[in-house]
Design a binder for this molecule. Structure first.
Ligand code: FES
Ligand code: FES
Length: 224
């Protein structure tokens, strides 16, 4: 008669997958999971350490240095002050306009380096160490920039309030693409709103500034 011990010993032997048994495979899975978890914990600890090392600024005014139109601007600003606010209300640079103050209209456009940005959406403190260009920095003394002159020549402004934003967007476009098409101009100015209708003239002005033959009237008028 088969003893109880014999029955227990009839258990199917551990399957052998190549050099590994099921047990060693499961054990190794546990090791990998533990290693991954430890790596995550270490990463979080590193981030916390970095955050703890960061200097807390504000809420009071702190010194902020901006490089605007080739000049150094030293201001005392609360860290919450936007670049637009710093330019318009803490210095005399009122070229960038405040329209919506919520990243919709583009009237506040300035360039950070060669990139057009909404200055109402950038903290002044974050714009330190970067070259900022506003409309005041486009002309060379009394000589208007090509873009400014072309806007005048093509009568591409009505209220004028949104125009500084268009000038900056077009200037930035011509820096990265000196020979744009009408379509390129439309795309570059997609973040600038004008409600009174001279959009075809903006395009003609941009193309004139680039020395590009004016596109067909239909192509330009298709803007709206
Ligand atoms: S004021 Fe900045 S996008 Fe309108
Ligand atoms: S020119 Fe300013 S809204 Fe049209």
């Amino acid at each position: 008669m088969e003893s109880k011990i014999d029955v227990m010993n009839t258990k199917e032997p551990e399957k052998n997958f190549g050099a590994h048994t099921r047990r060693t495979f499961l054990k190794s899975l546990g090791t990998v999971a533990a290693t991954a978890a430890t790596a995550q914990v270490n990463a979080v600890a590193d981030e916390l350490q970095k955050a703890n090392n960061e200097q807390v600024m504000g809420p009071g005014a702190v010194p902020v240095t901006l490089k605007v139109n080739g000049q150094t601007l030293k201001l005392m600003l609360e860290p919450r002050v936007t670049l637009l606010d710093a330019l318009r209300n803490y210095s005399s640079l009122t070229g960038a306009k405040e329209g919506c103050d919520r990243a919709t209209c583009g009237a506040c456009t300035v360039m950070l380096g060669d990139t057009p940005i909404y200055s109402c959406q950038k903290l002044a403190i974050e714009a330190q160490d970067q070259e900022i260009t506003t409309d005041e920095g486009l002309a060379d003394n009394d000589k208007l920039s090509k873009v400014q002159q072309a806007f005048l020549d093509k009568d591409a402004l009505m209220c004028g309030y949104c125009t500084p934003g268009f000038l900056m967007s077009v200037t930035a476009l011509l820096k990265r693409n000196p020979r744009p098409s009408a379509e390129d101009v439309k795309r570059a100015c997609a973040g600038n709103i004008c409600r009174c209708g001279p959009q075809p003239r903006f395009i003609q002005a941009a193309l004139k500034a680039a020395g590009v033959e004016t596109a067909s009237k239909t192509e330009v008028i298709d803007y709206v």
